[in-house]
Design a protein around this ligand. Structure first.
Ligand code: SF4
Length: 767
């Protein structure tokens, strides 16, 4: 009898050998170079890594498999258009070890689950398809044909197509994603949850309602030209490092930066551009002009306080609001102002947890600027009131007329490299009817119009026994989702779980009765098909679609591209009932793009425009002040202050990433900027909160969350005193996902509220 799914889903609770230093006040520079080189030397063939790094994010090269930060439209650096974490993402998929049948014969699933996430990821590249039969302890090899037939047999045996779920991570290219959703819809379900459901779904929801497009409105050039950039709930130094160069350019052009975050992050304090000799000599550019150390979930309160004071100034001296813009382009201004007048400034300030002095500094900057960009990430989107957070910042931009003009607008910074593109080409459990109608007229079948499962719905449906087949196109579902124990139990109820992956991850170890691992090509690798090496495409955070083409030989001859996997499974499953010639697509990806341009607006002449060295911009109404909302205008919205209180022994916890991490991928055990080395089981606490609980630095504690009467527990964390607002604490994702209740999510958007979990810290009396 093997370990339970719940146990296998958990990261091991043991400690490594922690070292703590003072947090950095500067980012990148020599240390980033050193860390990148160390990684390359340790985990890859260095010559291949040099060759690949010269092509990463270059025109005609391949897109970084890390985040979705855009590349410059014009000149790109010939030294390297990447960051430390881009190099780590690249080396991760270029590992010099291979995992094959011997590896799996030597290690049972239970044994592998005992490893840390870091160790699992560093086991090497998957190199052949593997199958875990029911009751087996070890994966064993399977041919591609048998694997496709196995998936087909399970899918065709379902009573209803809705008993299958097809998840997508944001790495999948436009071509693979479009075909994947097409297959799923022809198979008969809309169950297409994706990683967006867990990150920027709240942004999409708020922006669609207020500005008519669920994406940001700015370009990279706007960032350079902004008078003021507000970076809210985001840590670009770790999660989108090249954003720091854009912020530096903005500063050099005279722009100002306000950072709003519970933690002071080194990347936003100061940045040393490793490509600038002068920068290296001078020791960095100070980025943040005003740091607002907001309490967790204090964002609506902070924005409301700003709005109240702006209104006072407008009524007092005028010329604060852009009244022409408001009159011509917006809707709901009067109701918004009426509601705003019902709030008390002091109460808002108190709820935001900041001093009046800090507020005033930020306010003075905002008051005088009219070209404002607000950037944000999951610090805003992973709360129950996440949609309100974003709607409220849009209110500020609307008052200032800071939408649809140079140097101004919305900038939700997306995580995984093609997460935005996947949604554009149809990976959406709630796709609009107009898109489904286009599919019907092009392919001659009627896609299901009823919405499918989001990630949260999927986990619940699994637990209710409604999901029999889980198919994951990339990603590490079990580590990414909230409520780890509950989610693992749900996953184990499936009959078949399938993962298309480049590397081993924890999701391969928390399986249904049977499981398949289908190894695919990485971004760096050449995709050989009948018509030659294929080009694919991706969309970055700013709506630019560009090509990506691998340059290295595949690490194994037994890998398939994601496109080929989809075509193979669709062909095996749908057989004569399909209306689509699936196998043609895999021979020539131009055919996929021909189809995309017929179905999706903005992709006209796709194949030709993809040949443009910098790709092409997709249409963006908000950028042009054409707001495709229910009113035809940009909508002001009315948002309430969130209502929550903490009991004396409670803290509000946010999950965060370490610097050696990208989403669920753990590159190493250090969090260099925060001064933490060789340990991830950490809780960052305010020192007053530690004192009031008699806790000392590095003391071992357990964490408990309570939600609707249910208690969840995560054991063994070391306390680290840190500069974090009182009553707040921070822990690493995914170690504390186990504490995030499945029912605590953003209203209307269902992003898990992983940034506002109420917890108790319990001293471990055993030590
Ligand atoms: S900023 Fe993001 S896309 Fe750019 S190199 Fe770094 S990880 Fe890759």
């Amino acid at each position: 009898m093997g370990s339970s799914a719940e146990k296998k889903a958990q990261t091991p609770e043991n400690f490594t050998d922690i070292k703590i230093k003072a947090p950095s006040q500067n980012s990148v520079g020599f240390d980033a170079l050193k860390s990148s080189v160390t990684h390359v030397l340790k985990y890859t063939k260095p010559l291949d890594a040099i060759k690949a790094s010269l092509k990463m994010n270059q025109k005609g090269g391949f897109d970084c498999p890390g985040c979705a930060w855009p590349d410059p439209d014009d000149e790109r650096s010939s030294i390297g258009e990447y960051c430390e974490n881009g190099i780590k993402a690249m080396t991760e998929e270029m590992q010099n070890k291979l995992i094959n049948r011997e590896f799996f014969a030597n290690h049972s699933v239970d044994e592998l689950a005992e490893l840390s996430d870091f160790e699992i990821g560093k086991s090497g590249r998957l190199s052949e398809p593997m199958y875990l039969p029911e009751g087996a302890t070890h994966y064993q090899p399977i041919s591609w044909e048998d694997a496709f037939n196995k998936v087909a047999t399970h899918l065709n045996a379902l009573e209803n197509p809705d008993e299958a779920v097809f998840y997508t991570s944001g790495r999948t290219t436009n071509e693979a994603a479009f075909l994947y959703q097409l297959f799923v819809r022809e198979f008969g379900t809309s169950n297409l949850p994706d990683c967006s459901n867990m990150c920027h779904e709240a942004s999409g929801s708020a922006l669609s309602e207020t500005l008519g497009i669920g994406k940001g409105s700015v370009t990279l050039d706007d960032l350079y030209k902004a008078e003021l950039v507000m970076v809210v709930g985001q840590n670009p130094g770790t999660n989108h490092p090249r954003m720091l160069s854009a912020l530096e350019k903005c500063k050099n052009n005279g722009g100002k930066i306000i950072t709003v975050n519970p933690l002071p992050e080194a990347g936003l304090i100061s940045f040393t551009n490793p490509q600038s000799f002068l920068g290296l000599l001078k020791g960095g550019t100070k980025l943040t002009d005003v740091f607002v150390p907001i309490t967790i979930n204090g964002d609506v309160a902070f924005f409301k306080a700003l709005l109240i004071k702006l209104l006072e100034k407008e009524e007092d001296i005028g010329e604060v609001f852009d009244l022409d813009f408001i009159k011509e382009y917006t809707h709901g201004f009067d109701d918004f102002i009426l509601d705003l007048k019902t709030y008390d400034f002091d109460e808002c300030l108190q709820a935001a947890g900041i001093s009046e002095a800090v507020f005033n500094e930020a306010f003075e900057l905002i008051l005088k600027k009219n070209k404002i960009i607000i950037c944000w990430a999951m610090g805003l989107t992973q709360h129950q009131n996440a949609v309100d957070n974003i709607r409220e910042l849009v209110n500020l931009l609307l008052l200032k007329g800071s939408i649809g003009k140079e140097g101004a607008g919305t900038c939700p910074v997306r995580g995984h490299s093609n997460v935005q593109g996947d949604r554009t080409v149809g990976i959406w459990e709630a796709a609009p009817q107009a898109f489904l109608d286009k599919i019907e007229s092009k392919y001659g079948f009627k896609p299901k119009s009823q919405h499918g499962y989001s990630v949260i719905d999927t986990v619940k449906a699994m637990n209710e026994g409604k999901v029999k087949v889980f198919f994951g196109m990339g990603g590490n579902f079990i580590s990414a989702v909230p409520d780890t124990t509950y989610s693992a139990i749900g996953m184990s109820k499936c009959d078949l779980t399938v993962h298309v992956s480049t590397k081993l991850n924890r999701s391969h170890l928390v399986t249904g009765k049977e499981a398949l691992i289908l190894p695919c090509l990485g971004r760096t690798e050449k995709d050989y098909q009948k018509t030659g090496v294929q080009v694919q495409s991706v969309e970055n955070s700013m709506g630019v679609v560009s090509s990506t083409k691998g340059i290295l030989e595949p690490c194994s001859s037994d890998l398939m591209s994601e496109v080929a996997v989809v075509c193979g499974i669709a062909n095996a499953t749908l057989k004569s009932r399909t209306k689509i010639k699936w196998l043609n697509y895999k021979d020539d990806y131009n055919l996929v793009r021909d189809d995309i341009q017929e179905v999706i607006e903005g992709f006209e002449d796709y194949n030709n425009r993809l040949k443009q060295p910098s790709g092409f911009y997709l249409p963006n109404g908000a950028r042009e002040r054409q707001f495709k909302t229910n009113t035809g205008k940009a909508n002001f919205s009315i948002n309430k202050l969130p209502e929550w209180t903490l009991k004396d022994d409670e803290l509000i916890m946010m999950t965060i990433r370490s610097h050696d991490q990208f989403n669920t991928t753990i590159y190493g055990l250090n969090d260099r900027y925060r001064g933490i080395f060789n340990e991830r089981r950490i809780i960052f606490m305010n020192r007053d909160d530690m004192a009031s609980r008699n806790l000392k630095d590095q003391q071992v504690v357990h964490l408990q969350s309570e939600f609707n009467g249910d208690i969840r527990q995560a054991k063994n964390f070391k306390v680290v005193g840190y500069d974090i607002p009182k009553n707040c604490c921070a822990t690493y994702f995914p170690e504390t996902n186990v504490l995030v209740p499945i029912d605590s999510f953003a209203h209307t958007a269902k992003t898990p509220a992983s940034k506002s979990v109420v917890v108790r810290v319990i001293a471990n009396t055993a030590n």
